[in-house]
Design a protein around this ligand. Structure first.
Ligand code: CMC
Length: 435
């Protein structure tokens, strides 16, 4: 545990008439936490915090997020500066190495991404085993877990091999994602090319075909870089916490990331980007009556939620959403795409932001609200949206897994609970249990 974050400040907690002192931890941006590690041993009490909304699970130096002010930075760099000036590969390097790469470091890293771009040919047969219309997230999660069988040598000394292992994962997940799309279409696979950048390579593997060669469009490449950067990391969200939790049992990186992919799949998390498009599409099909959806979202008896709205941490605009909304206008303009769903989304946002229900609960559009419209404009099919999120979040998962593995304060993640089941009772043999 880095002692410099313990300032000597303490809080007092009175339990059963006795005062207990607990140390305070202060982060570099001034966030404060009460270190309760001695609480149970000294008082017999545990804390209860379903959904962990008030619980810090670690000390981390990767990403800073202020949900009240709408600030997000990776390794100290504001997300807007990174999205404006960097490629995704630079940001992946930043997240996983802690600093922006020099020209030489970037070229070595890009070389590694090229070297690892192929997947073992035997893995291609796995794709044939999935039934048609299999969810791409299920395929992605299983394929990433399988990487451990094909590249086991890296799992013995993970920190010694972490640079290779992360480059391998970043590169192969991109290939697996594109191949899963091609398989779902029944089209021949397109192999990675060394002459293309990370994002151009992905787009080429997705859209090149023997009958219609893909022409790399630099505006599309730039839009994809921006989207992936904005998804790069988001501190202790559900999938990242999953990666850390699974990894805390000393599970290898591939299996931990595979678990993170499964967590991301959920419609309350990364799956929301697909759900937003389905919602906007059904508003469009129904003649554009979005007010009815707003009313349903407000009805406590209706489980429906306005997808792409609300966030556990942001109580103001999600800074990623602001950038994506602006990028949405630019990309559609550049590509001369007219998408009626963009107008519906903007109207829906305007109405929701003026509505007392959303104002009182501080519900604003989140990262998933506009991202699907850009993906759609650049040709990515809806069922691949969450896969795109996974591709973007991968460097964040890797950075957190590495930080967790290397943390001197590491312990296996093992929360407690308050048991409210039956009290101890005598065992009833089968013949005495009635009919
Ligand atoms: N539509 C309508 N009401 C909502 C919404 C919404 N999208 N989100 C929250 N609320 C209400 C909720 O019903 C509750 O009302 P009340 O206090 O009357 O019971 C209040 O706002 C607080 O909600 P909560 O469920 O306690 O908030 P949470 O922090 O547990 O959940 C969330 C956060 C993101 C799961 C939730 O806002 C939600 O379901 N949003 C829609 C799904 C979505 O867009 N997910 C993507 C999140 S951003 C990207 C990512 O994390 O992957």
């Amino acid at each position: 545990m880095p002692h410099r974050y313990y300032t000597g400040e303490k809080v007092e907690m009175k339990i059963d008439g006795q005062v207990h002192e607990l140390p305070v931890v202060v982060g570099t941006e001034g966030e404060k936490a009460i270190d309760i590690r001695t609480l149970r041993a000294s008082t017999g009490y545990i804390t209860l915090d379903s959904g962990y909304a008030n619980t810090g699970s670690c000390i981390s130096n990767i990403t800073y997020l202020d949900g009240e002010k709408g600030i997000l930075s990776y390794r100290g760099y504001d997300i807007a500066d990174l999205a404006e000036n960097c490629t995704f590969v630079e940001v992946a390097y930043l997240l996983d190495h802690g600093s922006l790469p020099t020209r030489d470091e970037l070229s070595q890293f890009s070389q590694m991404l090229n070297d690892f771009a192929m997947i073992h040919e035997d893995m291609l047969r796995f794709f044939d085993g999935y039934p048609p219309k299999s969810p791409p997230m299920a395929i992605l999660s299983s394929m990433v877990n399988s990487l451990c069988s094909f590249y086991p040598e890296m799992t013995d000394n993970p920190l010694e091999n972490i640079d290779k292992m992360s480059a391998r994962l970043l590169s192969k997940v991109r290939t697996i994602a594109a191949f899963s799309y091609k398989k779902s279409m029944g089209h021949p696979l397109v192999y990675p090319r060394h002459d293309l950048s990370y994002c151009a390579n992905f787009l080429n593997m997705m859209f090149d075909s023997p009958v219609k060669p893909y022409e790399v469009n630099h505006k599309v490449v730039a839009a994809l870089n921006k989207l992936l950067i904005l998804h790069g990391d988001h501190e202790q969200n559900c999938s990242t916490s999953t990666v850390r939790m699974v990894g805390s049992a000393r599970v290898n990186l591939y299996a931990s990331v595979s678990a993170g992919i499964s967590a991301l799949w959920g419609p309350l998390h990364g799956g929301a980007n697909e759900a937003v498009m389905e919602m906007l599409e059904s508003i469009h099909q129904g003649g554009g009556n979005f007010r009815q959806f707003v009313e349903r979202a407000k009805d406590p008896k209706d489980p429906f939620r306005l997808v792409g709205f609300g966030h556990r941490v942001y109580k103001t605009f999600d800074p990623r959403c602001r950038i994506i909304k602006q990028a949405c206008d630019e990309v559609l303009d550049d590509l001369k795409v007219v998408d009626p769903l963009l107008d519906i989304a903007k109207e829906l946002e305007e109405v929701a932001l003026k509505d007392d229900y959303f104002i009182e609960r501080s519900l604003y559009p989140n990262v998933d609200f506009y991202s699907g419209i850009i993906y759609r404009a650049i040709g990515i099919p809806t069922n691949m949206f969450t896969v795109m999120f996974a591709l973007g979040r991968l460097p964040g998962w890797i950075a957190h897994w590495k930080e967790m593995w290397d943390d001197p304060a590491w312990r296996i993640s093992r929360p407690r609970q308050i048991y409210v089941g039956p009290l101890s009772r005598p065992f009833v043999p089968m013949d005495q249990r009635g009919l």
